[in-house]
Design a protein around this ligand. Structure first.
Ligand code: NDP
Length: 482
């Protein structure tokens, strides 16, 4: 026999015929004993795993982070321990609202999810291309996302629900000003910035805590797509961003981002004029300047999209020693909900899939055992309980974080600092745009809000006027309101 590859069943049994099923006679019905046919059809029926409710459509690639500046005075995280250090990274870049088959060139926030395979476990930084978000409390999240999805009766996309929601949640004004600006439709993934968005914390070797924000600034420059081109491409080439990223990497022109942090001493948070844990706010650069850290480069395409990108599972709960959380209410909820979504989508052993496994660590010793699809040695004969006297893995107290001082009465707080809290930063953003950008912003808003009833348009104009009078006036004019 030649060295041709022989087709087998999933159990490795050679298949004699992959074109004709086994029948009783030439025209007879198919026989139950055609096990190969049954296996083929049954597996096909199970090819789809649950689609992510949000961030379903994505491109992804592998890459590397190279440290170019010393930040060891802020963090003891090993991936930042020396200049020149390189850490393998997986990146997944998504839209938020659309389904897995939806078009890339729509107006939407872009997900910017990174998994750093560090020597002390995986650090997942699950951010967006915007430094803020629509809401600051996860209790609103399912409602907000429903406004981005199809109408429950018609199953069609709609404009009313989002404006109805936003008009009653003014904390969303900042993010929706970014969404309807030019940056709401990027030219491509290489041309967006990435932000960790939430406030996180750094912990240094002296066990001091700092609050930190993460920024990845594109080295390709911000480039946005004109609305008409985006609309055309959504029809003609719905996977445009996905393909363009793949081709750029194939050409050896993988995108690069300069990695910065903003660092706030722990004590500053008490009296800072903004709530530093409010996800609808930025820390102005004048207050906390960007500190350069390194370069992120995406340089290797996946060989198999499903295995490496669809099965990739990022969780804000995955932080490594030297990096930790903050009281941001959205972050606190995402620590739960991302891993929960992956357990539903991929099963309880999702961290063992090759793309999610912490392969850069020398130790990987949890006491978790069993569960569906446990496909490694399941811990072999090692002890499966702790404490034990059998030499099993034990905790290491030197990894403990400094205690976080917390005080106050348990209650449901709106977390607002003054009546103008939700309006100042959207106004600041509007004012930093050129007159042409401001004009396109209000035209873009009017294009969507104009499909809603006049009472809702007037309500939104009142909100934008509080952010900046010219913003409100420009929008009223674009909508043809008095
Ligand atoms: P700065 O002038 O120090 O920073 C302005 C930032 O705004 C730059 O990072 C710039 O990013 C970004 N930017 C410019 N145009 C747009 C746009 N159309 N949409 C989104 N971002 C844009 O000012 P402040 O720090 O005082 O912030 C002012 C406003 O800038 C904020 O209200 C916020 O909306 C926005 N912003 C602030 C960021 C922060 O971390 N402070 C980060 C991103 C936005 P680039 O250099 O890439 O063009």
């Amino acid at each position: 026999m030649s060295d041709k590859k022989i087709l087998t069943t999933a159990a490795g049994i050679p298949v004699p015929d992959n074109q004709n099923s086994l029948t009783a006679g030439e025209r007879g019905p198919t026989l139950m004993q055609d096990h190969y046919l049954l296996e083929k059809l049954a597996h096909f029926n199970r090819e789809r795993i649950p689609e992510r409710v949000v961030h379903a459509k994505a491109a992804g690639a592998h890459g590397v982070l190279t440290v170019t500046h010393d930040i060891t005075r802020y963090t003891r995280a090993k991936l930042f321990s020396e200049i020149g250090k390189q850490t393998e990274v997986l990146g997944r870049f998504s839209t938020v609202a659309g389904e897995k088959g939806s078009a890339d060139t729509v107006r939407d926030v872009r997900g910017f999810a990174l998994k750093f395979y560090t020597e002390e476990g995986n650090w997942d930084l699950v951010g967006n291309n915007t430094p803020v978000f629509f809401i600051r409390d996860a209790i609103k999240f399912p409602d907000f996302i429903h406004t981005q999805k199809r109408d429950p009766a018609t199953n069609a996309a709609r404009d009313f629900a989002q404006w109805d929601f936003w008009s009653q949640v003014p904390e969303s004004l900042h993010q929706l000003t970014i969404l309807f600006s030019d940056r709401g439709i990027p030219q491509g993934i290489p041309f967006i910035n990435g932000y960790g968005s939430h406030t996180y914390s750094f912990i240094n070797a002296e066990n001091e805590r700092f609050w930190v924000k993460f920024h990845f600034k594109t080295q390709q420059g911000i480039r946005c797509m004109p609305v008409e081109e985006a609309t055309r491409l959504a029809g003609e080439c719905p996977d445009y961003h996905t393909l363009e990223l793949y081709r750029a990497i194939e050409r050896g022109e993988g995108p690069k981002w300069t990695f910065y942090v903003q660092v706030m001493p722990e004590k500053d948070a008490e009296n800072y004029r903004w709530n530093p844990f409010d996800l609808t706010k930025v820390w102005p650069h004048a207050d906390y300047p960007l500190i350069e850290v390194g370069v992120l480069e995406m340089n290797r395409n996946p060989e198999n999209y499903f295995a490496e990108i669809e099965q990739a599972a990022f969780s804000p709960g995955n932080v490594v020693p030297g990096i930790s959380f903050s009281p941001c209410k959205m972050l606190q909820a995402r620590i739960f909900s991302y891993a929960d979504a992956h357990r539903y989508r991929l099963g309880t052993n999702f961290e063992r899939l090759p793309v999610n496994a912490p392969h850069a660590t020398k130790v990987q010793n949890p006491y978790q055992r069993d569960g569906a699809m446990r496909f490694d040695d399941n811990g072999g004969g090692d002890p499966n309980y702790e404490p034990n006297s059998l030499g099993g893995p034990v905790e290491e107290p030197s990894y403990a974080e400094p205690p976080l001082k917390i005080s106050g009465d348990a209650d449901r707080y709106e977390q607002k600092r003054g009546v103008d809290d939700d309006y100042i930063q959207p106004g600041n953003l509007y004012r930093l745009m050129s007159p042409q950008e401001q004009d396109r912003l209000v035209q873009n808003i009017a294009g969507s809000l104009g499909k809603c009833p006049q009472w809702l348009q007037e309500k939104m104009v009142a909100h934008f006027t509080r952010a900046d009078e010219a913003y409100g006036a420009g929008l009223a004019k674009a909508l043809g309101l008095k």
